[in-house]
Design a protein around this ligand. Structure first.
Ligand code: AMP
Ligand code: ZN
Length: 114
């Protein structure tokens, strides 16, 4: 685990946070600066940086993130109204944390992409 990764620190209880969901492969927290009424982060428990390094062996992990996102959307009451999933990669996206994660956004009518 990289010493300076905030998501790894949260998962290993080195930084306080409320973990809403944890199945050993992925965990979920609320974004500390929410951009929507519901703004969750779905995060693989094992540190994985960029999609550049995606190989076949990681495909089940990536797919699992989407399964967890859909489950969390249901739990947060977004089933009927819909939601958006965002993955930032690299500087033009404004990515802050180099540990792969899905943003799950909902609870209001979201603005256009980009
Ligand atoms: P990204 O810009 O895609 O890398 O997203 C990183 C997200 O992590 C940002 O939306 C931050 O607000 C969020 N974040 C950073 N630190 C924390 C934290 N300690 N707890 C919850 N969310 C955090
Ligand atoms: Zn990490």
């Amino acid at each position: 685990m990289p010493q300076d990764c905030i998501f790894c620190k949260i998962y290993h209880r080195q930084v306080p946070s409320t973990i809403l969901y944890d199945d050993g492969q992925a965990f979920v927290i609320r974004d500390i600066h929410p951009r929507a009424p519901v703004h969750l982060l779905i995060i693989p428990t094992r540190h994985f940086t960029y999609l550049t390094y995606l190989t076949e062996s990681f495909e089940p992990m990536v797919g699992h993130l989407f399964t967890v996102a859909e489950e969390m959307a249901k739990r947060e009451g977004l089933g009927a109204t819909g939601y958006r999933i965002v993955v930032n990669q690299g500087s033009n996206s404004g990515q802050e944390v180099p540990h792969l994660h899905l943003h799950l956004l909902g609870g209001k009518r979201l603005g256009p992409l980009g």
